[in-house]
Design a protein around this ligand. Structure first.
Ligand SMILES: [Zn+2]
Length: 300
């Protein structure tokens, strides 16, 4: 009597364990990975393609990345506007994986890339078709993406569909509260002018009514020459900016040369969460940190 009972129990346990296996999910960049991780919480964890401070604008796939892509059952990315490096590898995958470009997700609104005046062409402009690809920096877009992520995963893995939907709803509630809090916190720096080295914050600035004067492109991988530095220095001084924001990919040693002779302070503004540990909490931590960096550099 005891042995069949054990066998039955073991059978039940392994059936439960089997049903509890979430699909192999791969996400391109940290902010999206965080939203997917929040939706999958309790069922499994997604894999991240671009770790650390890697920039999606200039990334080259490694053989280990190709293996991750080949293994994945579901792949989330923003789309070809930002992640041009993924366009061909994903097109070559054929029908082996569900591939979702979250830039096209229902309810995600897209802004046009900024140009003219002090808005210089950005690294990713060649492929963008005039669209700004940094879609995750408006919290309303993150809520919309969470809905699409839950829907996609629910079809790929019906055993967890309810959990995915509930997690997406909880994420949206948290982000909605954070959005209201950020709007209150950023009110005091509205109208305070600043310059960016990477035009990544259009969505954030438009959501909270901030006043950037422009973006001067300083490539993160190669330092500007002497004439370029002189030209940028003149622009920064002439613009009368309170603060100049660089990115984590940019060498801080260049900053003093660029802000010399102007009253502008300098600080780092990070659109990807380069040094925030990946996971379900990264997305909210990233928004809080962007708001904090803007406030501390721009505050009267
Ligand atoms: Zn960018």
């Amino acid at each position: 009597m005891r042995l069949p009972m054990m066998a039955l129990l073991f059978g039940l346990l392994s059936a439960t364990a089997h049903a509890a296996t979430a699909p192999d999910v791969l996400v391109s960049i940290k902010p999206l990975h965080s939203i997917v991780a929040a939706v999958m919480d309790g069922a499994g964890a997604p894999e991240l393609l671009l770790t650390g401070a890697a920039s999606p604008h200039s990334y080259a796939l490694k053989p280990s990345d190709a293996r991750k892509i080949a293994r994945a059952e579901v792949i989330f990315w923003t789309g070809p506007v930002l992640e041009t490096f993924l366009e061909t590898p994903l097109a070559n995958l054929g029908r082996r994986a569900r591939i979702v470009a979250l830039g096209d997700a229902k309810g995600v609104m897209r802004l046009r890339a900024r140009k003219g005046g002090v808005w210089e062409a950005d690294e990713d402009d060649d492929h963008s078709g005039g669209i700004d690809g940094h879609i995750w920096l408006d919290p309303r877009n993150a809520m919309a993406m969470a809905g699409t992520i839950a829907g996609t995963l629910g079809v790929a893995d019906p055993s967890h569909a309810k959990l995915y939907a509930a997690n997406a709803e909880a994420f949206a509630q948290r982000v909605m509260r954070l959005d209201a809090e950020l709007a209150r916190n950023l009110a005091e720096v509205r109208g305070r002018p600043y310059l960016l080295f990477h035009d990544a914050f259009h969505y954030f600035e438009s959501r909270y009514g901030l006043s950037p004067m422009g973006a001067v492109t300083v490539a993160s991988d190669r330092p500007p020459g002497v004439r370029r530095v002189e030209m940028l220095r003149a622009r920064i001084k002439g613009a009368g900016a309170i603060c100049v924001f660089s990115t984590p990919q940019f060498s801080p040693r260049l900053l003093p040369a660029l802000t010399e002779g102007s009253a502008a302070r300098s600080a780092v503004l990070d659109d990807l969460g380069a040094d925030i540990p990946p996971g379900p909490g990264l997305y909210e931590a990233l928004l809080v940190r962007i708001a904090g960096s803007l406030r501390s550099c721009l505050a009267p």
